[in-house]
Design a protein around this ligand. Structure first.
Ligand SMILES: *Cc1c(COP(=O)(O)O)cnc(C)c1O
Length: 467
């Protein structure tokens, strides 16, 4: 079915005995052998690869196989792995000392860079992880409003703090868990979980609990159940509704920030301005760094200016800040143009291969971020240009608008597709509930490698019966 595509057969990366040995060893001392659940390949099967090197668009596993990487460290490798400018900045910072537990000059430089791109982040506070950023944003919102309840959307992931784990996407979606054990009913009871892109549900929640809701936290575009952008008008209506009821909007841009585009998904959508915003992933350039930002009057509720406590031994670590600063400074218009072009080309070639193989699918985007959902049924014209979620879609299956439709995807077909791509030297996210990431280093050679791997992977997906 793919015989007319005449690229050289990629070297098989299907066998990874060294990675398998490392996984066995790790599992004796690290829970499940991994330090974040999705890494164990539970939902795609096979040997989780242990990576030893990354360069540009490529990563190398412990068995010595090279893969074109479509994970990019879940986003931070925006410029490509081991970009010389980022590595130089990290080396220079590290040589001066790994941290002081005190302020240093680069912190304000990075904050200025962020504010210049995202002006509603008038004041910032750096933390080490996205989890801390959203946790802090919620604490500020509760302090500012004096209200207890928060609203989140099913399938949105905001890190692993207790109150935000209900119906979260990402790893919880991959594992099929409704929430997490170890979260008290009292804590879970302060989180209202609503279907995404459903304004009626939000209006109802405000009608019944309006004076108790401190904040609605939303991913600027949902990217942890696969990519599900907000429906046209949803972000603006959500913002208006919150403000009418005295609640704050937290836009979680930990994943989309500086990744969907230069000013995150806020800059792509240009729909409404949130009160608080969170950043992570790209902002640290691959090292542990994240941030919460927002209106000065809200942010100044934080200690030492205000009564909301927040702090961190490693917050604003100079090496991490140097990596983030070098990454953002390298992320110029030319870099975003390359990211956009590479993203569009991968989307188009994946969709073409799946269409050719008769696999129902829909590609959804949030700026340069995208993911591919495999539909349950036979192909139809439903996905092509449907745009029901605000951005155009490519494909032959119905668009995914919320967690329920994301969970209805054909995960076994993704598993077969993932495995064949990996064997042919392309590393995809090891779960159907994750976004795909390109880098500015995805050049023609990397794209050709992906193109060559696609026919076999599309055929492998087609071999799994439709549901
Ligand atoms: C990754 C992510 C987080 C959590 O960030 P960590 O650094 O993993 O704690 C929060 N929100 C969103 C939208 C994310 O994608």
């Amino acid at each position: 079915m793919s015989a007319h595509i005449s690229a050289p057969a990629p070297v098989s990366a299907g066998s990874a005995p060294v990675s398998a040995g490392l996984a066995a060893r790790a599992s004796q001392v690290i829970v499940g052998g991994v330090n974040s659940p999705v890494r164990d390949f539970g939902s795609v099967g096979g040997t989780p690869r242990f990576f030893v090197k990354g360069r540009g668009a490529w990563v190398t596993c412990a068995d010595g196989h090279d893969y074109v990487d479509l994970v990019a460290a879940w986003g931070p490798a925006l410029l490509g792995h081991a970009h010389p400018d980022v590595i130089a900045a990290v080396q220079q910072a590290a040589a001066q000392g790994l941290g002081f537990g005190a302020s240093h000059p680069l912190e304000a430089e990075l904050a200025e860079e962020i504010t210049a791109r995202v002006p509603h982040a008038e004041r910032l506070r750096f933390v080490s992880t996205g989890t801390e950023a959203t946790m802090t944003a919620i604490r500020i919102a509760r302090a500012a409003t004096g209200r207890p309840l928060i609203v989140k959307f099913a399938g949105h992931y905001h890190g692993h703090s207790d109150g935000l784990l209900a119906a979260a996407g990402s790893g919880l979606a991959t594992l099929g868990l409704p929430g997490s054990a170890g979260v008290t009913p009292e804590t879970a009871g302060q989180t209202i979980v609503l279907p995404y892109n459903d304004l009626g549900a939000l209006e109802e929640a405000f009608a019944s609990h309006g004076d108790q809701i401190a904040t609605v936290i939303t991913e600027a575009a949902a990217c942890n159940m696969g990519v599900v952008p907000p429906a046209a008008g949803f972000t603006a209506a959500l913002t208006e509704l919150c403000h009418r009821h005295g609640a704050l909007v937290i836009s979680d841009e930990v994943l989309t920030g500086f990744r969907s585009g230069p000013a995150g998904y806020w800059g792509v959508e240009q729909a409404a301005t949130p009160d608080l915003v969170t950043f992570g992933k790209v902002v640290g350039g691959g090292l542990p760094l994240a941030a919460v930002g927002g209106r000065a009057s809200l942010m100044e509720l934080l200690a030492p200016m205000g009564p909301v406590y927040q702090g961190g031994t490693l917050s604003g670590n100079p090496v991490a800040v140097a990596a983030g600063l070098a990454t953002l400074r390298g992320a110029d218009d030319a870099a975003y143009a390359r990211l956009a072009a590479a993203s569009e080309q991968v989307q188009a070639m994946v969709s073409a291969a799946l269409t050719e193989a008769g696999v129902a699918h829909v590609v959804q985007t949030a700026g340069t971020l995208f993911s591919v959902f495999f539909g349950r049924g036979e192909v139809s014209a439903a996905g092509a240009g449907a745009g029901a979620a605000g951005e155009p879609t490519l494909g032959t299956a119905a668009p995914v608008l919320d967690y329920a439709t994301a969970q209805a995807q054909h995960t076994d077909r993704y598993r077969a597709f993932f495995t064949a791509m990996l064997e042919n030297g392309v590393s995809l996210p090891p779960s159907p509930f994750e976004a795909w990431f390109v880098t500015a280093a995805h050049d023609e050679a990397a794209l050709a490698h992906i193109r060559a791997a696609l026919p076999a992977a599309a055929a492998a997906a087609a071999a799994v019966p439709a549901l």
